[in-house]
Write a protein that binds this ligand. Sequence first.
Ligand SMILES: NC(=O)c1ccc[n+]([C@@H]2O[C@H](COP(=O)([O-])OP(=O)(O)OC[C@H]3O[C@@H](n4cnc5c(N)ncnc54)[C@H](OP(=O)(O)O)[C@@H]3O)[C@@H](O)[C@H]2O)c1
Length: 234
Amino acid sequence: MNKAKTCFITGMTDGLGLAMAGQLLREGWIVFGGGRRPERLDALHKEFPHTLFPLYLDVTDASSLLKAKEEVARRTESLDMVINCAGVFREGCDNPLETTDVEAALSVMDINAIGPMRVTKIFLPFLKKGQDPVLVHVSSESGSLTGNTQQHRYDYCMSKAALNMFTVLLRHDLPPLGIRVFAVHPGWMHTAMGGPKAPLSPEESAKGILSLAKTTGRAEDPVFFDYDGSVHPL
Ligand SMILES: NC(=O)c1ccc[n+]([C@@H]2O[C@H](COP(=O)([O-])OP(=O)(O)OC[C@H]3O[C@@H](n4cnc5c(N)ncnc54)[C@H](OP(=O)(O)O)[C@@H]3O)[C@@H](O)[C@H]2O)c1
């Protein structure tokens, strides 16, 4: 019998992360993950009481991630997929520089760019033991240096550009260890972050991203994609 595949997801309590968790669970995966509001996973947990493991985690707080790691380690020593999905778009982020709260920008960098470094460092030993393992970074077109059309949004764009660079650097290190890695723009989705006018459902984006996760991320592949599988300029 094939062993069930295992995944760890940050930002799993809402929007895209929640949609990806649901799709993986329906495919028979064992899913660990959460956010600062793990109670938001109660309904999904009732549906998948034996394969969903909701966890409290704050990607800015290494001690919460180490506790999450202990919970994962009680059940498995390997992960086949890790998805860094947690992210924030700060209110007031659209302001011009003159009225930008530069100090508040630090927390956005901490969550969107440094958080994935913390998570990846802690869970890398699990990925190393995974089956065709893959690391997925949910980035944004806002982080593209050559394709950016946004105005203002300094901290959000800069944080996602840093996440893309983290992905580029990991592309040197992880494929030689047998771990695939790529970054993806999930599209403009109607989530708490994207708002109700967005054209795309998180479920549709999740489907595209999980399909990419099955194939790409090797040394010879492009690094940055749109959720629909097309290559995005870095
Ligand atoms: N929506 C869009 O149109 C869009 C476009 C481009 C890129 N993205 C990216 O896609 C990803 C998912 O976005 P979404 O639209 O699904 O957003 P969302 O609905 O606002 O969900 C954000 C998720 O991030 C988690 N999170 C925030 N701060 C966290 C922290 N410090 N520690 C752990 N988890 C944290 C939240 O959980 P808790 O509150 O429970 O902590 C929540 O689960 C983000 O990285 C975002 O930048 C979204």
